[in-house]
Ligand binder design. Structure first.
Ligand code: GDP
Ligand code: MG
Length: 370
């Protein structure tokens, strides 16, 4: 193809579409992520972001055809997908639990909900936020390295009584490398030794200037323990999401990414899948990584059976022939023969990757155009 959409190029580069748009804007081009750019411009962008292209895999070389890109008029708003990162014991799990607990309907027995690796909360205006319930930098980087760039917003949790710690800095670096916008949640403000201002000042050393200090990174003081200002944090995420203008086409065959997978004694392989575009339906024939199957049932984050799941919705999928890995891509295909074919092809690619690890250069990234 002679042209590529900004988003598609971003995917190839494991960068955020919004960052490419920003770069293009600096070059004097006002385009959205869904618009196409020509090859010269694309190459310019790749050069610009070149230092960040580290782990472009074999399958990432071939640029998708126009047909596989959703037309702008098919796109609809979708909820943001949020990952919580921060130093151990700064309150990531507590915060995820508190947000979820506050959002559990009173009808749900004792607030007991299913853990499926991700959950959604609804805001007062009925808009939603999807949280990946697997806090951890490894999950984030591992999924990214495998091309599953699912996170739209990172919430960096910093304990107000402890300040920045090694894993906080690590999280900052991962987030910067991913080009994902960050919101700082200054947690444990209920504690006597809480010094939120010191946290803000320490962040300056890492070029993070929070709003309170005149910058553009939102900072929110919370207490996961006392459930203080959780709404403030959700509002900050909603605001960030609005700026990102996140969209997907819900009316097409589904594509998604595996967040978690395991083998259940009774139910067989289970994969929590985050749908990224399209709508996943019971009965769909799917390929997940190098595993094929058919969606037998889907369970949502409240433990309810659902028939469909649209963009940014996490569901547990039953009916796979094996256990996939976190970061694997889910694709819906036309029939089971095709599913086996694709699964076998992917297995072949995986086998080859293990034996060849030559870095991808600018030349061969665009080789298909020569
Ligand atoms: P994680 O390692 O980041 O997941 O941290 P946890 O959520 O496991 O929390 C570590 C400890 O900090 C636990 O003992 C929590 O009860 C406590 N903790 C978490 N949030 C708060 C808070 O807002 N205030 C206070 N006082 N303690 C908290
Ligand atoms: Mg934890």
């Amino acid at each position: 193809p002679d042209a590529i959409t900004v988003q598609e190029l971003a995917n190839r580069m494991a960068e955020k579409g919004a960052d490419l748009v920003k770069s293009l804007f600096k070059m004097g081009m006002a385009v959205t992520v869904n618009q196409t750019i020509d090859q010269d411009t694309a190459e310019l962008l790749v050069t610009e972001f070149g230092h960040n292209i580290k782990r472009v895999s074999e399958s990432d070389i071939d640029i998708q055809t126009e047909a596989d890109v959703d037309a702008p008029e098919t796109l609809e708003a979708r909820p943001p997908v949020v990952t919580i990162m921060g130093h151990v014991d700064h309150g990531k799990t507590s915060l995820l639990d508190a947000i979820r607990g506050a959002n559990v309907q009173s009808g749900e027995a004792g607030g007991i909900t299913q853990h499926i690796g991700a959950y959604q909360v609804a805001l007062k205006d009925k808009s939603k936020i999807t949280f990946l319930d697997t806090p951890g930098h490894e999950a984030f980087t591992e999924m990214r390295a495998r091309g599953a760039d699912v996170t739209d917003v990172v919430v960096l949790v910093v304990a107000a009584d402890d300040g920045l710690k090694p894993q906080t800095v690590e999280a900052i670096n991962h987030t910067k490398a991913a080009g994902v916008p960050m919101i700082v949640a200054i947690n444990k403000i209920d504690k006597d030794g809480a010094r939120p201002q010191r946290v803000r000042e320490e962040l300056l050393q890492h070029e993070i200037v929070v709003e309170e200090l005149g910058g553009d990174v939102q900072d929110v003081e919370v207490s996961a323990l006392k459930k203080t200002n959780l709404d403030g944090l959700l509002d900050a995420i909603a605001l960030q999401a609005e700026i990102l203008e996140l969209k997907a086409n819900p009316n097409r065959a589904a594509e998604g990414a595996v967040v978690e997978a395991k083998l259940d004694k009774g139910r067989g392989p289970l994969a929590t899948v985050l749908v990224q575009r399209g709508t996943l339906k019971v009965g769909d024939v799917i390929v997940v990584g190098a595993v094929s199957g058919k969606v037998r049932a889907m369970i949502d984050d409240h433990g309810r059976q659902v028939k469909e799941a649209g963009p940014s919705v996490p569901v547990e999928v039953l009916g796979l022939g094996g256990v996939p890995s976190a970061g694997d891509t889910l694709t819906v295909v036309e029939n089971e023969a095709r599913a086996r074919e694709v699964a076998a092809y992917r297995q072949g690619v995986m086998d080859r990757k293990r034996t060849t690890s030559a870095p991808v250069s600018l030349e061969n990234m665009f080789a298909s155009k020569a």
